[in-house]
Design a protein around this ligand. Structure first.
Ligand SMILES: Cc1cc2nc3c(=O)[nH]c(=O)nc-3n(C[C@H](O)[C@H](O)[C@H](O)COP(=O)(O)OP(=O)(O)OC[C@H]3O[C@@H](n4cnc5c(N)ncnc54)[C@H](O)[C@@H]3O)c2cc1C
Length: 489
């Protein structure tokens, strides 16, 4: 993502070298937030070009299953919250509760997800027909995306070395002078971008930037994954990522065009890898029988700074949180949006020996805040989960809370989060906190007293109009499976 985006954004103003090994084990991430479309806009690549290459499907929401109680689910859609009389509809919902489900009362996307609808009638821009559709993200094959973006970057002149960095050499000031690769020797540069994932080879290992762990607030240190070749016609292609609470963590299921990617993120203190694999296989069904399982250990947290001297870490090398909201791809995109305009001036400053402390500080603060906000939102799932049936969930609800989240929760007991500005991870809608609190159900949110003097006519009209719009779309949109079958026919 980094090489292709910087090449697209900067053209030939900078010379880029990408050091990357060949195909590695498939990374687990296969969903994105709603704003990945903007990433491809910069690359000037249309959905019709990149989606088939990446086995990609549409994603309207995340569906959370069994977090509140067995057989209960709720959606966190990308759709923005409608308003009535200047108040978010969820505020009105707390007072009026037209049906038992806040997600169906407040979001068109919840209806489309329940009915497995595609968010589009036809491919390409079709003004009018698709104008009413809610915003969407994507499910995609991360390995295929890597291939696609590498080819894109190389075609435009990025120098690609299929190699591995095995050493990082510093100059007398302690800045990176060059990296040593296994087959191509020394590679030097003005600015080094560390995309080595949780290894953080340049920033953390060579430049000794400390790691701030999130492990105390986010239980889960292990993962098992399966790539399941499934009959998608029989399954359908749901337009959502399904996340299901399990005895010692949660499983995810990501539908692609030709298969399902699934995994179990769990805590080894409560579950052995064998038990975790058994749980995942049971959840995935008989089609998973022959699929080999991949077991991995996980660590969540961030580098104290994403940028030090002439090295900027992007992606997991800068930090990562549990992928309950799948914010990682977005986090990379936002880092690149901020980094791209800085590359040339910073490289120039590095050449003339002067640091860029203001830019650096601003960048580091923004990136740290974004990741901490994503951590807080993930923590809310554990805290908010009403289930008490296993030791994992009982313990998860008493994990220490990050200070900012603890303070916010005290405010929300008096005043729901929808009425205040709550900084959240970019790419997620403003209502994310409210939706998780309403969906998981542990923290009772009071109806806002500010609504008491108001007539509820506008809210009633908005609830009715939304239901009408949702029913029309369910009737007129194809299922996601039919949509992609038509395109490929
Ligand atoms: C269970 C699970 C599910 C997830 N789901 C999602 C999701 O749905 N959506 C989402 O956005 N995120 C998701 N994530 C998060 C996501 O996996 C990571 O945050 C993301 O992979 C980070 O990408 P990255 O490129 O920074 O690191 P990585 O994917 O770890 O890639 C690091 C790269 O660096 C290369 N490398 C390492 N060492 C060297 C070296 N010495 N020389 C050269 N190259 C080197 C590796 O080969 C690799 O290609 C998920 C994570 C987990 C654990």
């Amino acid at each position: 993502m980094t090489a292709s985006y910087l090449k697209a954004a900067l053209g030939d103003d900078v010379a880029l070298t990408l050091v990357a090994p060949g195909e590695t084990a498939a990374p687990p991430d296969e969903t994105s937030l709603g704003d990945l479309a903007q990433f491809f806009d910069v690359l000037q690549r249309a959905e019709e070009d990149w989606m088939p290459a990446c086995d990609a499907t549409y994603k309207l929401a995340v569906r959370f299953q069994d977090f509140s109680r067995p057989r209960h689910h709720f959606y966190l859609p990308f759709e923005q919250m409608p308003q009535a009389d200047g108040f978010p509809l969820t505020e009105w919902w707390l007072r009026m509760q037209p049906s038992g489900r806040f997600d169906r009362d407040c979001f068109v996307a919840a209806w489309l997800c329940d009915a497995q609808r595609s968010p589009r009638h036809t491919p390409g821009p079709t003004p009018g027909q698709d104008a009413a559709r809610p915003p969407y993200g994507y499910h995609l094959d991360a390995q295929a995306l890597t291939r696609y973006l590498t080819a894109y970057a190389v075609e435009r002149g990025v120098h690609h070395l299929t190699d591995e960095v095995h050493d990082v050499r510093l100059d007398a000031r302690g800045w990176i002078d060059h990296v040593m690769t296994a087959r191509h020797g020394a590679v030097d540069g003005d600015l080094f971008i560390d995309c080595t994932g949780t290894r953080g080879l340049l920033l953390r290992r060579a430049l000794k930037v400390p790691f701030v762990s999130y492990q105390d607030t986010l239980p889960g240190d292990s993962m098992v994954t399966l790539r399941v070749d499934a009959d998608m016609k029989a399954h359908g292609i749901p337009p959502y990522t399904a996340i299901t609470a399990q005895a010692a963590g949660w499983t995810y299921s990501i539908p692609l065009l030709t298969r399902i990617a699934t995994g179990y993120v769990y805590a080894q203190e409560y579950c052995t890898p064998q038990e975790a694999e058994r749980t995942l296989r049971e959840a995935a069904g008989p089609e998973a029988a022959g699929a080999p399982a991949t077991h991995t250990t996980l660590s969540f947290g961030r580098s104290l700074h994403a940028w030090k001297h002439n090295c900027v870490a992007v992606g997991a090398a800068a930090g990562r949180v549990q992928p309950l909201q799948a914010t990682a791809i977005s986090y990379v995109h936002h880092a690149l949006q901020q980094l791209a305009p800085l590359v040339a001036p910073v490289a120039q400053a590095v050449r003339s020996g002067g640091p860029h402390t203001d830019l650096q500080e601003h960048y580091n603060t923004a990136l740290a805040q974004e990741l901490d906000a994503a951590r807080d939102l993930s923590t809310l799932h554990y805290l908010g989960a009403a289930r008490q049936d296993t030791q994992f969930w009982r313990d998860a609800q008493t994990c220490p809370l990050p200070d900012a989240l603890a303070q916010a929760i005290e405010r929300w007991r008096v005043r729901p989060p929808g009425t205040e500005h709550q900084p959240g991870p970019k790419g997620l809608p403003q209502h994310a906190h409210t939706s998780i609190l309403l969906g998981t159900g542990a923290l009772a949110l009071p109806p806002s007293t500010a609504l008491s003097p108001l007539d509820d006519r506008a809210a009633r009209q908005e609830f009715a109009a939304l239901k009408q719009r949702a029913q029309t779309l369910v009737k007129t949109l194809p299922t996601q499976y039919d949509y992609f079958s038509q395109i490929s026919a």
